[in-house]
Design a binder for this molecule. Structure first.
Ligand code: BGP
Length: 489
């Protein structure tokens, strides 16, 4: 009667993930407008290592200056790796690996350059038509994020980003436009990439630039609330346009573990986990959970909600839950006593002494992926999609076009093993798109030298290079993994 599932499901969606702003390039061609990710404070007088992370926290003055092309210290910005012109070649390589799915985002600013136009930019729409047609040609399922850190810059300066409720309608207009256009071509959608990351980088997630917004929890949670409503309304519209289509939420899921077995550490860990769970709770269950009142009060946040919001959220939950998983992190009620135990700056927490880490200090913990999947499935009983996971590393191109990235293979192998374990635990996981299946610009460092791909791109941190695509060892390995449906790792 009870049978343990020992294999990946037959129709498992193996593939890779990208985001327009890190991958496409062509940030100013085809009628595209500027987005939050396109502008980057670039001053040759500042050492490269200090520039890293700069774009995560832009001020109003910087964003305004960045829109003036005569002020050179904000250019060049995001180079991407020119998927805009290489999409046929890249998709052919994904097909050669046997991809069943390809996660990508639509750049909002290719469709609505300023974010508040009525009429969309046909050239932008046509570009994604070509991309989806090419994917369909190989039977690769597109999994599309509507907003992956790509808010139009005009909405930042003119509207103050997501803190302004008017942005909801602008987003829903954009979503409706692409749902109508790509009906029948795209089945799987996601609204906001890592929606809970607004806590850590409110500029790229919410378009907040004013000092009092950047540092105030009030603005962050208000912006997040507007995204919840926008996401629910987009889900509603999607169902009306295409009843076959599926909408997912997407959270950045760091698994937090107590640093010690002290009850205070356990308590604090539960609180930290809610930094992500609040966001999936609202989108999956359709209402704010019981712990919200205290969580907001502790942060002096008073949410402004319209009378219809509760109903909108309740009526339009998502169909599936997707997550990015890169690491776990330890939590202590007394971090100040743990000298030197500084954790990841992006997600917070402190270092776990049992775990190794990447060159960028991201702690590697495959087993906690299994725990994370179990936690989410126990909580929601909805299908799970792993939208991101991978190892950022420096790769060396050796003579004869050889890139031996066995460290990446071993990272991915161990994580995939744990997905299989979670499936045996009874968790419904229906897809895995590893992050950065082809090298592209890293989100946190803004540099390509933090590489994730199965495919190497000949380009340096300044955007120079031939952009030639070269298969790494991991390319052949992943191809075999997909061919054997995860049986041979
Ligand atoms: C996630 C983002 C991606 C991506 C990835 C890896 O948080 O959704 O856009 O880039 O992290 O991070 P990084 O590129 O900083 O190494």
């Amino acid at each position: 009667m009870f049978q343990i599932k020992t294999k990946f499901p037959d129709n498992f969606l193996w593939g890779g993930a990208t985001a327009a702003n890190q991958f496409e390039g062509g940030s100013n061609v085809g009628g595209k407008g500027l987005s939050v990710s396109d502008v980057y404070y670039f001053d040759e007088d500042i050492p490269k290592e200090q520039l890293s992370n700069q774009w995560l926290k832009m001020t109003r003055k910087q964003v305004e200056e960045a829109q003036d092309p005569t002020i050179k210290k904000y250019y060049p910005k995001r180079h991407g790796v020119d998927f805009y012109n290489h999409y046929q070649e890249d998709i052919a390589l994904f097909a050669e690996m046997g991809f069943k799915a390809f996660r990508m985002s639509i750049a909002w600013t290719r469709i609505f350059p300023n974010g508040d136009e009525q009429e969309p930019n046909e050239e932008g729409l046509a570009f994604y038509d070509r991309v989806f047609d090419e994917l369909n040609k190989y039977g690769i399922e597109p999994v599309v994020t509507l907003s992956h850190y790509e808010m139009p810059l005009n909405l930042v300066t003119k509207y103050n980003g997501w803190v302004n409720r008017e942005v909801i309608d602008l987003f829903v207009h954009y979503a409706t436009t692409v749902f109508e256009r790509y009906k029948g071509k795209v089945k799987y959608w996601m609204t906001f990439n890592e929606i809970n990351s607004c806590k850590h980088h409110p500029y790229v997630s919410l378009g907040l630039i004013d000092e009092d917004h950047l540092h105030l929890e009030q603005a962050k949670y208000q912006g997040a609330h507007h995204q919840f409503v926008a996401s629910a309304l987009a889900t509603k519209v999607l169902k009306e346009i295409d009843s076959e289509a599926k909408m997912g939420c997407m959270v950045s899921y760091t698994l937090f573990v107590p640093y010690s077995c002290a009850p205070e550490d356990f308590q604090k860990t539960m609180d930290r986990q809610r930094d992500a769970l609040l966001f999936s709770d609202v989108q999956v269950r359709g209402y704010y959970p019981g712990y919200t009142a205290r969580l907001l009060a502790d942060r002096n946040v008073v949410l402004k909600m319209e009378p219809e919001d509760e109903q909108i959220l309740r009526n339009n939950p998502v169909d599936y839950v997707s997550l990015s998983y890169y690491m776990s992190s330890a939590v202590s009620a007394q971090p100040e006593n743990l000298e030197g135990a500084i954790g990841n700056l992006l997600v917070g927490g402190i270092k776990n002494p049992y775990l190794p880490e990447s060159a960028w200090g991201w702690q590697i913990d495959p087993k906690s992926l299994r725990s994370a999947l179990n936690q989410l499935y126990d909580r929601y009983q909805k299908p799970l999609f792993i939208a991101e996971n991978g190892l950022g590393a420096v790769d060396t191109l050796e003579e004869g076009d050889i890139i031996n990235d066995d460290y990446r293979i071993s990272y991915l192998r161990e994580h995939i093993k744990q997905i299989k374990e979670a499936i045996a635990d009874g968790v419904d996981v229906f897809g895995y798109t590893s992050w950065g299946c082809i090298d592209m610009i890293s989100a946190s460092t803004n540099q390509i030298s933090k590489r994730y791909g199965y495919i190497y791109v000949d380009q340096d941190d300044m955007g120079n290079g031939t952009k030639r695509r070269i298969k790494k060892q991991s390319f052949y390995w992943y191809k075999h993994v997909i061919k054997t449906n995860g049986e041979q790792l």
